[in-house]
Structures are given as C-alpha cells and as structure tokens.
Design a protein around this ligand. Sequence first.
Ligand code: ADP
Ligand code: MG
Length: 626
Amino acid sequence: MTSDLQPLQRRAAVLRRPDLRRLGRPAGYLVLAVLAWLLPYGLGGYDMHVLDTALVFAILAIGQGLVMGIAGQINLAQVAFMGVGAYTTAILTTQEHMAFWPAAVLAVAAAALMGLLIGLPALRVQSHYLGIVTLGLSLAFLNWVTNAPLAGSGSGLSGIPVPPLGGVDLTNDYLYYYVELLAFVAALAFGLFVVRTRLGRRMRAMRDDSLAAGSLGARIPVLRMTAFLLAGVYGGVAGVLYAGLIRFVAPETFSITEMFLLLAMVVIGGRQSLWGCVVGALALSAVQEELTDLSTYAQLGYGAVVVLMVVFAPTGLAGVPHRLRTALQRRAPGPESATVGPFRPYPPAEPRPDAGTLLQLDAITMRFKGLVALSEVSLQVRAGEIRGVVGPNGSGKTTLFNIISGLYRASAGTVALQGRQIGGMRPYRLAHLGLARTFQNLRLFRRLTVREHLLAALDRSPTRWAWRYVLWPVGVWRGERDLGRQADALLDRFGLAAFAGAIPYALPYGIQRRVELARAMAGSPQLLLLDEPAAGLNGTEKAQLVEIVKSIRDSGTTVVIIEHDMGLVMSLCEQVTVLAAGRVIAHGSPAQVAADPQVIEAYLGRAAADRAGQEQPVTTPSEEPS
Ligand code: ADP
Ligand code: MG
C-alpha cells in the first residue's frame, strides 16, 4: 500500500515546488483550451448538440455556484433566470420582430432585473426560508409563461431567428459550439476573477459568518443583492444561448425538475468551486443523456447521489484533489504543529497629552422582552486608554459591546464616538468609522485561510466599488496586489506567517484568538473592543496578549477589554468598570475596584463581603468563563 503511494507522494512534492507550480497553471489552462477546441472533431452530430446544451448548463451552473456556493444564498430560481433570458429573447424576436442581438442584450438585462427582484427577500430571510421564497417566485414565473398568450401559452414560442454572426452559419451545431465556448470561457474567467478577489472574498466571508463580515465593514444587504444580480446575469446569458441554439422555448425547459437537476450538478461538482460547478454540469449532462430511457430511475439516482454527497463529501468532486493531498501529506508535519511567531510591536504613535473622550455612553438601557440586560449604564473612555470591563457572567458585558458595535440597538440611552452619535448605526458603517471588535466565542470564517481573513478585513472599499469589476478590472487586480502586501506585513507582525494558508479552525485555540485579533487590527481602528480575549489561553499566551494589547494602545488605538482574569486586568488597565446585573456598581483603578465591598459581594456573595470588610482588601478571584 505504502509503496503504491510513494510515486504519488513524490509527484505531490514536485507539484509543491513554487516555480513548477507557477508554470503548471498556465500550462494546464493551455491544455484544456486546446482540448476544448479539438473536442468537436471527435463528436458526431447528435453528441455535438448534447455538448452545446451542456455548455449552456455549465454557464448557468457558474451563476448558481456564485450565488449559492460563494455567497451562501439558497437560490432555487436559477433556472427561472435562464427562462427569463430565453423567453425575453423569444418574445422580442418573434412577437416584436427585433433583431437577435439587441434582443439578447435586453434579455440579459431582464434576467439581471429578475435576479435583483428574487434577491429582495434575501434582505429579510435566509437559509431554507429563502429557498422556499425563491422557489415560489420561480413557480410564479412558470405560471405566467404557461398562461400568457404573449409567451405562447403552454405551447411555447417557436421561430426564434438564427443569431446572425458575420456570415457564420450558426444553425450548425459545430460552429455554435465555438460561440458558446467563447461565452463560457469569458463567464468562467469573470467568475473566477470575482471569487479570487475582494468581491468574492467578501461574499465568502458573508457566507461563513455574516455578522463578523458586517463588523469588518462588509455591507451585507448590498452584497447579497450583488450575488443575486450576478446569478441573474449568468442565467440571462445561458437563456440567450439556449434560445439561439434550440430556437424554441417552452415552459417545461425551465421547470422545477430542471432546477433540481441544476442543483444536483452544483452539489455533485462542488458548489464552493466554480470549476466544480462546471464539471458537475458537464458530467451530469452526459450521464443524463446515457440514462434518457431510464429517466424515472435517473431522478431517483440523482437524489440519492446528492444526499450521499451532502453527507459524505460536501465539497463535491471539486474537493477530491484537496482530500487526496491532505491524505498524502498527513504524515508530514502540518502547520498545526508549528507555534506562533513573536509579535512585532507597532511603532509607537506620538503621545497626545489630552486627546479627550473617545467613547461616551449615556444611560444605556437594554431590554430583551422581560429581561433587563443593562440599565442606565453610563461610561466614558478617554482616547488612548485601556479600559477594563469586568463583572460576573450574565452581567451584560457582551450586550454592552453589541450595542457599541451596532449589533443591537439600545432600548434607551445614547452612544457617541468622538462626539458623534452612533447609536443605531449599522456595524459596517461603524467599522468604516474606525471601530473594531473581537467576539467572546470566536467568529472566524470557516472556509477562509488565515491570510484571506486578513485580506477581507483590510479591504475597506465601499460596496459600490464592485462596479470596477465591469468598468476597470485592471484596477481591481492592482488593488489586490496592494492588499496582498499589507496582509503579508500584518501576518508577519502578528507572527502568523507560518499559518497564512491554513484554515484557522484547524489550528490550536491560542492561534485562532491571535488570528481574530489580527483581523480586528487590520483596519487600524481608533477603538478596539476585546471580548474575553484571554479565554482559553495558556500562561505564555496570556503574557503575549498583554504585550500585544499594550503595543496596540501605544500605536494610538483605544482599547476596551472585557476580561475575567483579574491578573490580566491589573497589568493592563488603568481604569476598570464593574458591571453586575446590568448596572455599573464600581469604577476606578484595578486596586480600588478589587477592594470595593460591592464588587466582592457581586462576585462572592454577602458573607464574603462582610469578612472582607474586617480584613485586608482582597483581590477579586479570577473566574473561568463558562
Ligand atoms: P456577559 O457578557 O456579562 O456574560 P451578556 O451580555 O452576554 O452577559 O448577557 C446579559 C444578559 O442578557 C443575560 O441574562 C443574557 O441571557 C441576556 N441576553 C443577552 N443577549 C440576549 C438576546 N439576544 N436575547 C435575550 N437575552 C439576551
Ligand atoms: Mg460575555
């Protein structure tokens, strides 16, 4: 067995060599391009027609991969987008006697509009609810085309003209293939470009944790709509190509059965990879062709395969190479066994003698139905301070952070950052105003590498920037190199360079905490909120944390830190605010606060407070987080 694996291992090692890798990719593309170009020479007329249809589905599948796999939006209307594209082309050319290509442009626009329309519910609902709503809307579309005389009622529309193309006869399936191939390559290249640059990275971050992505400055609603818009455009292009190929449209082509088939293609191929979606679409089209006589059983078969894939291989066919690679490398020491490098302190900022108040909370009250989580909490944090917030579990500390960072809107009271009212602002706006935070229960992105975490956080562009993908892609590419340099510098500063390519969830807890901290610092915030950053860290890691937080403060960032470890609070904070049952019960230097009878009572109960009153002041014991 091992001897069988050895050549593979050697090959894997060769492939890891960076120079060969750099050459390998373009060479691979070249081979694929040549094969795709030569493919028709080996195919008969019927097979050619099947291949042409399969390519239409491949383009459609890329759109579905973008919206579902990359942006995480359950979309069951992708085939309806194609329907809008095909039907608009058909109606405009046969009923309105428009020429094919102008009709095609309008058709893609109509499908894009449909994408936005179907995406609207995504602003309110997610997951399976979104699936149901998009399914409902696509059924409404089917219902309309089945009944509207304009759309040929149930019998469809025939007589769509052959797309004219400078004398090339596109009734010929062989020639049509090359037109489709160009559209397909453009569609795939654009899709991959989106996925690998900031728009796609933000979408993937949103898919993995929309709350954390929002706190980093991603405008979630616009991002979701952008994903549906893209899906609509891909659907529209597929629809136009379909109309030009078959020159006949009927409702059955865009039915739920077809939607299910598309879903099977995307899941089997691997929805998080556009290549996977393409492979799934081509493979399933071929299989379906073989099984035309057994179509009832074929449906059952796809269903079974999809279920098996979801359970045993959620990354689909596209995930197979990665799985093989991890299996081969298992014995080599992975990044998991490495330790974080030393933190390289920030260059200290000029000390500003009296920078004034940075954060001001006035009489904040927060009610959750009957429960009052915070009542009349007021707090002032000076610029350049490290403020500690302590209190027993459930005293409202995290709720306070959630209000400051815009996740909750306070029931009463005001929040001001540098004198500006920020109560009720969305998290992404606060991020752009210079607020950053970490979360008590780490909120990292499940399928982004450490470097991608930092890239996503470094990207501060407004969402309308996405237009550059169409208008000036070169600018996007250049910006990407810039982000890359900044990310590498940040990785280096936080001692994370060795883990750049690792998925943080596979790493030890201490490193995950470090990644989250680096991610929060990527935007060079004015105010950093740390929610129990030492939870789960060992002694060395805690000492490193103290050093890092001090350096962050010295660089000019104000820090508010929720912490249970009193030793850590003592060594970091000048001022500590103590919360108990949603109220501020003490405020002062760590030593003052620790000696306060009310604080001791809140932590240890009445008897201890009485005892402490007779004895020396005691330090509040550190409490392990639950
Ligand atoms: P701490 O961080 O100090 O441990 P929290 O701020 O998490 O405390 O919680 C304070 C109180 O508010 C708890 O009783 C908690 O159950 C309640 N709480 C927090 N968030 C919510 C929510 N979204 N809905 C209902 N109750 C909540
Ligand atoms: Mg908490």
